[in-house]
Design a protein around this ligand. Structure first.
Ligand SMILES: Cc1cc2nc3c(=O)[nH]c(=O)nc-3n(C[C@H](O)[C@H](O)[C@H](O)COP(=O)(O)OP(=O)(O)OC[C@H]3O[C@@H](n4cnc5c(N)ncnc54)[C@H](O)[C@@H]3O)c2cc1C
Length: 412
């Protein structure tokens, strides 16, 4: 990948700005950036970081390559931030977390639940360890940064796809071998709610649902479709709402493997016949996992629709394109349209007005395609492509076609 491409590390930038962060000093020294890209996207010069103190104590400024060095330093700093390792050598007890792992990766909701597990350990005291129990194929490579101390992976084919009976039997066996102090599930439609309820029924315990403020004695849960709060005694099985706790972001964890417990063959009454391909545009926008969204910066609509079809993405749009009649009203994303929760949201030619950003607040990864490097969508995005929307979409379609062709050739 070319070094000319500016890649921002929002986390490293945030640590460098946040004087209270434990890694602030290390980051500041490593970064000591003479040039930083400010929140508006403009390059800001820090005159205090330019130069060095000479042997006689006088500051010297090397005008030939001072900035070059510091930019390199900043890049190096962004790469070398290493979080302190949190170790639990011999756990006194376990807190079990069963993440949804949609597509084999931790969701933002899973990370909140792992954060909650560590909050419980902080309240309980002692050497508690968070054990993540995962089913099926995992593609996650950042369990350590999400707070997983121990990992138990069930990768047998019987746990693939929709297999609630096998999974609950496995969890029941984990209960027998580890006796976790708490069982934590994301209260989600991606599996957490169902598995959590099934486990509670098996163990003959009452789960706490939609919990978002958890204490050892009592917890607050959302009720009445999220319009009111109910305070209940804390149970051992917790189905947690999104944003119940901050995800882990200041420590690394060991992710030591725990051997999966034995599970004898389970007679499954539910049979998973596999996924059925559907027209992405028939998926409700609020439930779509992958959205290609158009704004006023899209000028070739045929090309946009072609790209959405080829990528298998659900189409969305800003209010301007809906008002202009390019898309039906139900495709509008934003405060006065639909609030979306996609794992990937590609915003093509959308400026990022506050009403639009409100609607994509829950999206995991936002990618911006825009000609304006300083627009708010670029600031919100995890990845930005600064170029004409039409050219980017055309190039993207070419790459996808090549990739698929390569797959066919490799399979032959
Ligand atoms: C009460 C109220 C409610 C609203 N609710 C919503 C809502 O729910 N959803 C919503 O979206 N808006 C809503 N709006 C409107 C909102 O304020 C913005 O006007 C709207 O989001 C702007 O849409 P846009 O980004 O597509 O267009 P613009 O603001 O015109 O932005 C176009 C973008 O495309 C880029 N661009 C231009 N040409 C190209 C090119 N060739 N290639 C790539 N990029 C290019 C530009 O740099 C710019 O960033 C609401 C407004 C009000 C007052």
């Amino acid at each position: 990948m070319s070094d000319d491409i500016i890649r921002r590390d929002p986390r490293a930038e945030w640590i460098a700005r946040n004087r209270l962060h434990p890694l602030h000093e290390a980051m500041k020294q490593a970064g000591a950036a003479a040039e930083v890209r400010g929140p508006s996207g403009l390059i800001r010069r820090n005159p205090h970081a330019v130069g060095f103190i000479g042997p006689n104590g006088i500051k010297r400024i090397d005008r030939l390559n001072g900035n070059a060095q510091s930019t390199a330093g900043r890049r190096a700093a962004a790469k070398t931030v290493e979080l302190p390792l949190h170790r639990v050598e011999t756990p006194d007890y376990y807190i079990a977390v069963v993440p949804d792992l949609v597509g084999g990766r931790l969701t933002a909701h899973d990370k909140d639940v792992l954060g909650q597990a560590h909050q419980l350990i902080a309240q309980l005291g002692g050497a508690g360890a968070v054990v993540a129990i995962c089913f099926g194929e995992s593609r996650e490579d950042s369990f350590d940064k999400a707070g997983v101390d121990r990992l138990m992976q069930f990768s047998d084919a019987s746990f693939d796809g929709y297999s609630p009976e096998a999974r609950v039997t496995a969890l029941q066996n984990v209960e027998k071998s580890l006796s976790p102090k708490f069982w934590l599930f994301p209260d989600s439609i991606a599996g957490g709610f169902e598995i959590g309820c099934r486990l509670a029924a098996r163990l003959d315990e009452r789960p706490l649902t939609q919990a978002w403020q958890v204490g050892l004695e009592s917890s607050i849960c959302r009720g009445a479709g999220g319009s009111s709060d109910i305070t209940r005694a804390t149970e051992r099985i917790l189905l947690l709402a999104q944003e119940c706790a901050n995800p882990i972001d200041e420590t690394r964890h060991e992710v030591l493997p725990l051997e999966a417990v034995e599970v004898t063959a389970v007679t499954a009454r539910v049979q998973d016949l596999g996924q059925v391909s559907v027209d992405p545009n028939s998926i409700a926008l609020a439930e779509a996992e992958f959205i290609l969204s158009a704004g006023n910066g899209v000028h070739d609509w045929d090309n946009f629709h072609r790209a959405a079809t080829l990528l298998g993405a659900t189409e969305g749009g800003s209010r301007v394109v809906v008002d202009d009649g390019h898309m039906p009203r139900f495709r509008q994303v934003g405060a006065s349209g639909t609030w979306v929760t996609a794992r990937v949201y590609i915003a093509v030619g959308i400026s990022g007005a506050v009403q639009h950003l409100q609607g994509i607040g829950q999206c995991d990864k936002v990618i911006a395609v825009n000609t304006d490097v300083s627009c708010d969508m670029v600031k919100r995005a995890a990845l930005s492509v600064i170029d004409d929307s039409n050219e980017v979409l055309t190039e993207l379609m070419k790459l996808v076609a090549e990739y698929r062709q390569q797959e066919v050739t490799d399979a032959a």
